[in-house]
Write a protein that binds this ligand. Sequence first.
Ligand SMILES: Nc1ncnc2c1ncn2[C@@H]1O[C@H](COP(=O)(O)OP(=O)(O)OP(=O)(O)O)[C@@H](O)[C@H]1O
Ligand SMILES: [Mg+2]
Length: 365
Amino acid sequence: MDKTKENREARKLQQQTCKAEQEPFSLFPEVVTQSVQMHHVLQLVAKMAKTNGSVLILGESGTGKELIASAIHRLSPRAHHPFLAINCSAIPDELLESELFGHAKGAFTGADRHREGYFGAANQGTVFLDEIGDMSLRLQAKLLRVLQEKTYSPVGSNRIVEADVRIIAATNVDLEKAIKEHLFRLDLYYRLHVLPIRIPPLRERYDDVECLLHHFLDIANQVHYKEVPCWFSPEAMATLCRYDWPGNVRQLQNIVERLVIVREGGEITGDDLPIECQLNPGQAPSFRIEDSLPKPQLQYPSAFGTLPTQGMNLAELIEDLENRYILEALQRTQNNKNQAARLLGLNRTTLVERLKKRKIGVKLT
Ligand SMILES: Nc1ncnc2c1ncn2[C@@H]1O[C@H](COP(=O)(O)OP(=O)(O)OP(=O)(O)O)[C@@H](O)[C@H]1O
Ligand SMILES: [Mg+2]
């Protein structure tokens, strides 16, 4: 790109980021959010995107770490160069080394020619190292050299190659704990930790759930059923908004897509939802059937039908027994309530009623 064009682009980017510091949502069309928590995250992201520093993105699985990493790249002066993402936990150590640093011809069996790695291919761009907590100590040392000296050597070569890449790393493991257990280098942690961003899990930003549900519903409707769209009943929406989403945005996206495919158009009701959402371990007082399984103090009579001499808590035992059978029937039928009800000799409505009854302290809307 010629210098004038580059300056113009840099000025445009600067104007955009200034605006974004006051109103960051406008700069991140790919990030669907309405929450104050993500507003703060995006404000920080807009600021750090302008710099060249390494970024460490922390957050549970499925919170949007890769989405934020690519947004940082898109808003950075490196935007016109490649953004390459690699998952460090998915690739064996030896292979990861050659993927990152490339290898020389003859470096190992099958290396019949020189190959450029990610750091070479992403020249002037960004490399996103996902799941960095799973990288071996040996490769961590090599990565530290890239960060400190801006050089590396391909596998099987003494050649010193200049590295002009920005590194964005992400992890869902507790790196401080990994350092204590000697699984992660402290010096690498400090290098990466210069600009940390923590993406909160969905259960800490319930304000985002509804807009994400609508967003992924629209996408799934477009992809799967152009003529007959699906929509959520108010009850289904209320239940999903209360659920705590342990798998975060990725889980929400998958569930919405599955519902649209299975429903084939029309209203998605509370009964269509997966059992884990219906049992609602979310915001409201939580309850799972598993939680109601025998507590240590709950004593079953040693012989069926005999009243133990010390007496018993009949109501608790009956409830416990019922929960066990319901859970087993649901597990055996992969949460198909019609089949589970048949196995239990109940009609479906009674089973659904019993499941709802278990939502202690939760009022269904
Ligand atoms: N705020 C959001 N708005 C729209 N889509 C989102 C949002 N957050 C996440 N997503 C989408 O959710 C999915 C999971 O996000 P992503 O892969 O970035 O998560 P992750 O934190 O990297 O997950 P993992 O730890 O499992 O690698 C992607 O399809 C992403 O586009
Ligand atoms: Mg990821």
